[in-house]
Design a protein around this ligand. Sequence first.
Ligand code: C2O
Length: 569
Amino acid sequence: AAVVEHTFVVNQVRMRHLCNDTLVTVVNGQFPGTAVEATEGDTVVVHLVNQSPYGITIHWHGVKQRLTCWADGAGMITQCPIQPNTTFTYRFDVTGQEGTLWWHSHVSALRATLHGIIVIRPRSGAYPFPKPDVEVPVIIGEWWQRDLVKVDQNFSIGGSFEDNPAAIAINGKLGDLYNCSGVAEDNFVLDVEPGKTYMLRLVNAALFSEYYFKVAGHKLTVVGADANYVRPFTTDVVAVAAGETIDVLMVADARPCRYYMAALANQPPVPDPQIPEFVSRGVVQYKNIPSDAQNCTEKSPLMPAMPDQHDTITTFYFHGNLTGLQPGGNPLLPQVRDRVDERLFLTLGKGSMCTNNKTSCKRGGNPESFEVAYINNVSFHLPETTAVLQARYYGGKLNNNGVPVQDLPSRPPRAFNFTDPVLIPVVPGGKMEELEPTRKATMTRRFAHNATVEVVFQSTATMQSDSNPMHLHGHDFFVLAQGHGNYDAARDVRSYNLVDPPMKNTVQVPRLGWAAIRFVADNPGAWFLHCHFEFHMAMGMAAVFEVDNGPTLETTLPPPPSDLPKCTR
Ligand code: C2O
């Protein structure tokens, strides 16, 4: 195994798009930032040099960080931010994982421009499918012209209607649907040779929205998701949830020509008359296009027919089609099949609170109220003076300015019809069922080492049109089932796939539906669980899963590196 070493210099640069110079915070002057390419079993060492004016952390999304929770980079969960003009070195192994992951900053909303791909290739060099000729990262991101720190502050109190990205980007290129003064933005261009196989490593790095991705005239064969192999299936449309990665193979078997690839936001942020839909396109361009080819001109590549931007069925079936494929079978599957030690039923919703935090505020009408998001009616409060893991290991206490640290309840405070909009206090003046007031707390839930944990995520009607891409740090989980409407244990347990469930780090919980996962809590530390829509997370849809040390030194989290940043306030 080798050491893959990088220096990430975080600073602010001006980038010009849409006729505007925008000051953006990036790694090594690039958007997206530097790719980390490793082989399974390697050690990754990244020296982060922070020359930006912000406290920064980098999270290695999907890297299991086995016994290296300190390197997870979740701001105020595993570490305090790396302060301006200081450095910190992240060091971790990529063992037992192959495929596509990504890194991003994990403080405020800066990850919109601070992100990049992680590629982990098999040690043997062999994939469980024919080796592609060329591998291509396809990072779907957003181009923001707003101050992302301010945007994050707005998100945390429910958001503002101006807080929208200006455009969608594929590998940093906005694409020719966007222009200013009639000059189109550049497309990402993939040059292909007839007959060759291309592996597209799709990453959804956007703050908002799931994406539909298509390439005109080409079929895509899905072979991986969240750095786990899946049983290959062929489709013409891929759905990538926020935070998720999907690997597909594309054979260049169409007529030598030019074709658009397109990424369309599904469930876009806020309806904006200026931007009826968020879509970006790139070009797949064949070599040696005959000069007399019809309809092959620069101006008119074939555009794929995209799903409707409000289509939630296509993603439901796309994700339902994922099944696990692990050569030799997954060693954790027998345990999750046979034994469940902890069952959590987590409702995902939005409510409102008063600015004085004292009493509940009815939605609407009250100028002192702001919108929050919650899990089981508790809105997560990010610690302010010590990271959760640091508090635990230094035997310290979380000082949350009076906001309690609380155990995440296994169930919501009361049962109701979760997905019936009439029964939920959404519509002012409509028929409502009163909920207990939403509270703020730093919610953690502690699991014994090696416990099998089942979590059912239940979306509620308070989410309105949003789905919830729920992401867990430090573990991959099996996705056993998903469904529409209310979860009913007696009925829905029978639909669990305990034969070949896909392993993921992010599960797309359907709008007005549910998803059931199980994992083995075998990695000691404090692991963030949150919705990967940035505004949902900032509004409090998050919790921390703490996992105890195991009985031996090999299962015990070593102490933190001595240079781990301390909090300054
Ligand atoms: Cu990519 Cu805590 O997330």
